[in-house]
Design a protein around this ligand. Structure first.
Ligand code: FEO
Length: 179
């Protein structure tokens, strides 16, 4: 039986993961508008992973006999000053999520909910990877800043990211939509 405080925290984190999905989908749209197909692909993969994270919480709540409450979603930003600014946002966002997960781990200890504590350990490790992958792209963007062709080189690299599930194919003619 889930304690109320734990159930509330599970629902809060589930909705936060779905917000992350929206945020990265919005970034995918931003990069798509710039015809940066590799960055677009990377963000679509990232959005998809966040959906999987949200569903892990959804399933855990169900398995524990709780009610998953999908709340209203704040609209994410739609524009960034530059690709670097977008990735600075990604890193900052992931650092915030790490803080939320850590607070939740503390709550699970306080509430003596060992099952939730164990469930959260996957997210503790995942956040290390999330921050590392955002930092890696950000560092590369800083390295090539104002270097001719640097952005396109990173774009090509990012197109190689392997999605956790098959992605919807881009429209004929590439990622850029017209009209
Ligand atoms: Fe689900 Fe990017 O943390």
């Amino acid at each position: 039986m889930l304690k109320k405080a734990v159930l509330n925290a599970l629902n809060k984190q589930m909705n936060a993961e779905f917000y992350s999905e929206y945020l990265y989908l919005s970034m995918a749209a931003y990069f798509q508008s710039m015809s940066l197909t590799g960055f677009t692909h990377w963000m679509k993969c990232q959005a998809q992973e966040e959906h999987v994270h949200g569903m892990k919480f959804f399933n855990h709540i169900g398995e524990r006999g709780g009610d998953a409450l999908v709340g209203s979603m704040e609209s994410p930003p739609t524009k960034w000053k530059s690709p670097m600014a977008a990735f600075e946002h990604v890193l900052k966002h992931e650092q915030k999520v790490t803080g939320m997960i850590n607070d939740f781990v503390n709550l699970s200890i306080q509430e003596k909910d060992h099952a939730t504590n164990q469930f959260l350990q996957w997210f503790v490790s995942e956040q290390v990877e999330e921050e590392a992958s955002a930092s890696e792209v950000l560092e590369k963007l800083r390295l090539v800043d104002k270097t001719e062709g640097g952005l396109l080189m990173i774009d090509t690299e990012l197109s190689a990211r392997i999605p956790v599930l098959p992605l919807m194919p881009p429209p004929p003619g590439g990622e850029k939509t017209t009209g």
